[in-house]
Design a protein around this ligand. Sequence first.
Ligand SMILES: Cc1cc2nc3c(=O)[nH]c(=O)nc-3n(C[C@H](O)[C@H](O)[C@H](O)COP(=O)(O)OP(=O)(O)OC[C@H]3O[C@@H](n4cnc5c(N)ncnc54)[C@H](O)[C@@H]3O)c2cc1C
Length: 241
Amino acid sequence: MAAPPTFDVRLTHAHMITPNVKELHFVRVDGAPMAHAPGQWISLILPLEEGEVRRSYSIASPPRANGTLDLAVTHVNGGPGSTYLHAMEPGAALRAIGPQGLFLRTPKVGPSLFVATGTGVTPLRSMLHAALDAGETHPMMLLFGVRTEEDRLYKEELLAMQAKFPNFHAEYTLSRGSDAWQGRRGYVQTHVKGLFEELAQGGATPHVYICGLKKMIDGVRELLKNDMQLPRQQVHSERYD
Ligand SMILES: Cc1cc2nc3c(=O)[nH]c(=O)nc-3n(C[C@H](O)[C@H](O)[C@H](O)COP(=O)(O)OP(=O)(O)OC[C@H]3O[C@@H](n4cnc5c(N)ncnc54)[C@H](O)[C@@H]3O)c2cc1C
C-alpha cells in the first residue's frame, strides 16, 4: 500500500469549546481540497523542543473543497502533544500526514448508533455532517458521554442538527452531572442497549460506530457481543489510546 501523502496545514483560528477542549481550524497550505473519508485521521508532526513527535487526530469536519479542516483536541495534563497544540498561535504551520484510517461508514447502510466519549465525537461529527447534508434519511442517534454539563462539546451544533434533521437525535450522558442535571447519567454503557433497541424498531439492525478511549470501547463492544449478540460486522470502532 502506498504511504499516505504529506502536506502542510496552517492554523487560521482556534478557540476553547469546553474547559479543556480546543477546536483548531486549519487550512491546507497547497490549497488542495481536504479529500478524506469521514472517520479518517491525520498525523501531525509537532516540533517540540525535545524533538519531533507525531500525534494522530481525527478530522472533525466533513470533506471540504476549500481545503479547510477542523480538529478538536483535549488537553491531557502533562501531555506534550496536546499542550503544544493548545498553545499554537494562528498563522503557525505544521506538517501533516494523511488522511489515514479505516474507521469508515458505508452511506445509506441503515440505522446507525454513534457512541462517543469526549473528543471521540470528532470522527462521528464528520460522518454525521456528511450523511445528513447528503440527504440521508435513515435514523441516526448519537450517545455522547462526558463528565459534566460544561464538557458537552458541540452542544449548540448538535441541537441545531437535531432541529434541522428529524432523523437525527443526540443524547448526552453525564458521569459527574450536577444535581440540576435532568438528563441521562452514568457511563455510555448504561444506555447503549435501550437506544439500540429504539433504533431497531424500524426492522433493520443498526450499525454501531464507537470512538474514544480503549476502556469505554472494550466495555461497549463486550456488551454488544455478549449481551446483545450483535454480529461483529455491525460494530465499528476507533481507539485513541
Ligand atoms: C486514530 C487517533 C485519533 C485521535 N484523535 C484525537 C482527537 O480527535 N482529539 C484528541 O484530543 N485526541 C485524539 N487522539 C489522541 C492523540 O493522538 C494524543 O494521544 C493525545 O492528544 C495525547 O497526546 P499528548 O502528547 O498530549 O499526551 P501523551 O503523553 O501522549 O499521553 C497520552 C495519554 O493521554 C490519554 N489520552 C489520549 N487522547 C485522549 C483524549 N482525547 N482524551 C483524554 N485522554 C486522552 C491516554 O490515556 C494516553 O495514554 C487520537 C488518537 C488516535 C490514535
